[in-house]
Ligand binder design. Structure first.
Ligand code: SAM
Length: 253
């Protein structure tokens, strides 16, 4: 794992949103639907010509560990050292890891496919920072390589907005969220409480930037990507205003 000095982690008011308790409380959600996501990815990636995959913002490696087991050469990049250590342990060093701030990372154009999944770019609020991430991803891909980007559809969230949300992981850990959406900035302001039946509660704050398809199209084209397809869900249904997701399949020009 590369050693770098991370000066500016994600903008979570120093509440360390992506810690062990994130993996604990979201445990069920991180597994639910995962197989459908893997099936979606492998329906797009050609194993003969696109075997070298980078997951940009890989978290605990839930996608790349499975892709590695299927024979792909996988690498995960994340700002969180603890998550990368989990990947190294679970893959016994087979999955490569890069500890880096995705806003600053300059790649070597050596990957066939780059993934950025589960609204990862949105965890950083600033538009310019998000553009830098897309440009970094561009620098990691070989010419003609694929970029698969999955995001929450802003239009869907606005039409189905809930200011309160909660769920449990089925093992005595719960998350309660208070949300406020600012339509002028497209920022979702989240106050999150994580509770366990037998431990102290912890409080987190995060601002999440949501995007319209129009904005994403502009960011992609100005960064040197051609959009090949936009799906609305992992079942490959077409993207519509009512689709919960925006799943972009792009090619580096
Ligand atoms: C929503 S989570 C994980 C998404 C992952 N692709 C998945 O589907 O599980 C977002 C991840 O982005 C990472 N992250 C946030 N800001 C980052 C940055 N500036 N550079 C690299 N990783 C970052 C966090 O540590 C976290 O693991």
């Amino acid at each position: 794992m590369n050693n770098i000095d991370i000066k500016k982690p994600i903008e979570d008011y120093d509440t360390n949103y992506f810690d062990q308790s994130y993996l604990d409380v979201y445990k069920k959600i991180l597994v639910d639907g995962l197989q459908e996501q893997i099936d979606f990815l492998t329906s797009i990636i050609d194993p003969d010509t696109e075997s070298n995959i980078l997951d940009f913002f890989c978290c605990n490696g839930r996608h790349i560990l499975q892709l590695s087991d299927m024979g792909f050469h996988t690498t995960g990049l994340d700002i969180n050292k603890q998550y990368l250590e989990l990947i190294q342990q679970r893959s016994q060093g087979k999955v490569q890891t890069i500890l880096a701030d995705g806003r600053e990372y300059v790649g070597q154009e050596n990957y066939d496919v780059v993934l950025n999944l589960e609204n990862s770019i949105g965890y950083i609020e600033d538009y310019e920072d998000n553009l830098k991430i897309i440009q970094s991803i561009h620098s990691c891909l070989r010419s003609g390589g694929k970029f698969i980007l999955t995001l929450i559809n802003r239009d869907y969230l606005v039409r189905n907005f809930h200011s309160l949300a909660w769920f449990g992981n089925g093992e005595g850990k719960y998350m309660l969220e208070k949300r406020r959406f600012d339509p002028t900035t497209s920022v979702l302001h989240i106050e999150e409480k994580r509770l366990t039946v037998d431990g102290p509660e912890k409080n987190y704050r995060l601002n999440m930037r949501l995007f319209s398809a129009t904005e994403i199209n502009l960011m992609l084209s100005s960064s040197g990507f051609k959009v090949l397809d936009i799906f609305g869900d992992f079942d490959r249904s077409p993207y519509r205003m009512n689709s919960p997701q925006m799943l972009y399949i792009c090619e580096k020009i």
